[in-house]
Design a protein around this ligand. Structure first.
Ligand code: GRG
Length: 290
């Protein structure tokens, strides 16, 4: 099966499992909003979990739990990031954002509940028979999602919005390592954690992949705006905010993203041909159009 088909199949499996989990929670508006927010998306983080688990011999029936956990946490982050007090976005994944479809209070609660659901999914016995492994998954997920990881990156991003001078390349790299890199890191490492194996090759892989993903995001932002408005100004660059494109130039950003993909693939040499799908995932992050 090719990478695109594998990703589509993983996305369907994750979608079905999340729907099944949410069906146990009743029909309150907040639960409907959780299902709405958790639907769709590329499922790249969940795919990394499933592939990282597969190469470590973890059964798919177990791996689906952390795959859904990371997608629930990712969905929460998007719901909260879209709120008027943060990015104030009206659309997400081609649909109205949760606070536009419902209201702000429902969006805050749905995000909160998606976050706690993520921890529930890795803490439940179906995820892994060994409570020590489940605790390790939960602890590492808390570190990746919280004030050492994604929340730190988001807070640095908000501070940068208020700063007088744009961030340097090192600063923006550190910011993005938290904001988007931390969840990619956890996703890639989860299978190794479940197998009690060395996470180091996957840590290196995800660090490079996460950065390549963010550079590609900045490139898409500029190219999307240029296509729409006939000029090369991305949303963030338009606000005078530093981006990888504003700091490296378009060609420099593309070259950096490509060298990061090579670096990510090289980190996986220890797994031989078993890591082919993870290498394809790294190539995908810089070739995607959304
Ligand atoms: C609110 C604590 C808190 C954190 C928010 C990740 C994040 C931090 C905000 C998202 C803002 C954003 C759009 C960042 C650009 C990179 C990114 C995470 C894009 C969305 O990820 P994809 O492309 O989304 O994997 P899909 O929809 O495919 O799941």
């Amino acid at each position: 099966m090719g990478f695109q088909d594998g990703l589509a199949e993983a996305a369907r499996t994750i979608e079905d499992h999340l729907r099944h989990v949410l069906s146990d929670l009743g029909g309150l508006p907040v639960v409907q909003a959780m299902g709405y927010a958790a639907a769709g998306g590329k499922r790249l983080r969940g795919y990394l979990v499933l592939e990282g688990a597969r190469i470590h011999g973890i059964a798919p029936a177990q791996a689906i739990w952390p795959a859904c956990a990371i997608e629930a946490i990712h969905a929460y982050s998007l719901v909260h990031d879209d709120l008027p007090c943060m990015d104030d976005d009206d659309m997400r994944r081609g649909m109205p954002t949760v606070h536009r479809k419902w209201d702000e209070a429902t969006a805050v609660l749905a995000g909160d509940a998606l976050q706690t659901l993520g921890f529930e999914l890795v803490a439940c016995p179906d995820c892994h028979p060994d409570a020590v492994v489940r605790a390790d998954l939960a602890l590492s997920l808390a570190r990746a999602a919280g004030a050492r990881g994604m929340v730190l990156g988001q807070a640095l991003d908000m501070a940068a919005e208020q700063a007088d001078t744009p961030l340097s390349l090192d600063q923006i790299t550190a910011l993005q390592a938290g904001k988007t890199g931390a969840l990619f890191g956890w996703s890639a490492e989860a299978g190794a954690r479940m197998a009690r194996a060395d996470i180091a090759p996957l840590t290196g892989y995800a660090r490079a992949l996460g950065l390549a993903f963010q550079i590609a995001d900045d490139i898409l932002d500029v190219e999307g705006d240029a296509a729409q408005m006939g000029k090369a100004v991305g949303k963030d660059a338009g606000r005078g905010k530093a981006t990888f494109v504003s700091l490296l130039g378009m060609d420099g950003a593309k070259r950096r993203a490509e060298s990061l993909v090579t670096e990510a693939c090289d980190c996986l040499s220890v797994y031989g041909s078993e890591a082919g799908n993870l290498q394809d995932a790294a190539r995908f992050v810089i070739s995607r159009r959304t």
